[in-house]
Design a protein around this ligand. Structure first.
Ligand code: PSU
Ligand code: MN
Length: 301
């Protein structure tokens, strides 16, 4: 193992004993939700993974080491520091690690950490994608490129319509990333189970998902798989309301000139404020729902 990677004892023994492990990201903690709900949620998600038979491995960067299996203290630290912690995607790793800095890992970097440690299933809320207006801004999340190249399955609630969902699906198709609807034919749109767009395939059980991923690996096809798991109906938001809110948030970001890595965190925070915190509740429920499914898939592997 290289000196830039630190795997906790619990996670390391689970991996060596071939027990199920689920990776979890940390940008959602420091840049995706306010303190202290972010820390409460991160710890709750870990316990849901355990209740469903797998070992949780929250991934982050602490003191220049890509840490797989963050401690409760480290999670508290990332949550409390919030936006002060660097949001770390693939391009941030070399400088952060060589300088001994801290970072909150995005989907892309969490996939890298999981892959280096030997973990194949990862649960989060939403993945990055092709932003609206990307034909001008070229803002396409490095998450998509990572899904194209790194052999980790990502369980999410689809993509927020802060993105251009149609272009995001096109990009994933070009890169050969299978997009699975879990129990649905329709791509879920994070806060709602409806986007009006079709997924590539619908699979209905953890075993079917595990089996498709194993097949991909056996064939030596590089890259991940995106499993989209709709938010449970009782926690979903009204599509008209949330879409209008997102439209406003995207316009406000544009008027303020917010772009690049700051855009996604700004939109998430602004949407939470515009909905009086209701979007945060939906967000928490869907992350918990994804953690439970990811643990079941990890067990089926
Ligand atoms: N989408 C969400 N919540 C999040 C993120 C995306 O609904 O917390 C975070 C994830 O960590 C994701 C990152 O990997 O934002 C994508 O950022 P960017 O678009 O700058 O690549
Ligand atoms: Mn971006």
């Amino acid at each position: 193992m290289n000196s830039f990677l630190k795997v906790s004892e619990e996670v390391s023994s689970a991996i060596h004993e071939n027990r199920p492990v689920v990776a979890l990201e940390s940008t959602i903690i420091s840049h995706g939700m306010p303190y202290p709900r972010n820390v409460e949620t991160a710890l709750k998600v870990e316990s849901i993974v355990r209740e469903n038979g797998a070992v949780p491995a929250t991934i982050c960067i602490i003191g220049g080491r890509l840490t797989v299996g963050a401690s409760a203290d480290e999670i508290e630290y990332l949550g409390k520091e919030g936006l002060k912690v660097t949001k770390a995607s693939r391009r941030d790793l070399p400088v952060l690690l060589s300088k001994g800095m801290d970072g909150a890992t995005t989907v892309a970097t969490t996939m890298i950490g999981a892959s280096l440690a030997g973990i194949s299933v990862f649960a989060t809320g939403g993945v990055g994608g092709v932003h609206r207006g990307a034909e001008v801004t070229m803002d396409i999340s490095a998450d998509l490129e990572e899904l194209a190249n790194t052999n980790v399955m990502v369980v999410c609630a689809g993509c927020k319509s802060i993105l251009d969902l149609k272009l995001t699906l096109e990009y994933l198709e070009t890169k050969g990333v299978p997009v699975i609807g879990y129990g649905t034919d329709e791509l879920p749109a994070f806060y709602t189970d409806k986007s009006g767009l079709k997924v590539d395939y619908r699979l209905d059980t953890p075993e079917e998902v595990a089996s498709a991923f194993r097949c991909k690996r056996t064939l030596g096809l590089q890259g991940g798989m995106l499993v989209t798991n709709p938010i449970p109906k009782q926690y979903a938001m009204d599509p008209d309301e949330i879409n209008a809110t997102i439209e406003k948030a995207v316009k406000d970001a544009d008027a303020l000139g917010i772009h690049g890595k700051a855009l996604t965190p700004y939109l998430l925070d602004h949407i939470q404020k515009l909905t009086g915190g209701r979007s945060l509740e939906s967000n928490i429920h869907l992350v918990c729902n994804n953690a439970a499914l990811a643990a079941k898939i990890a067990c089926a592997m």
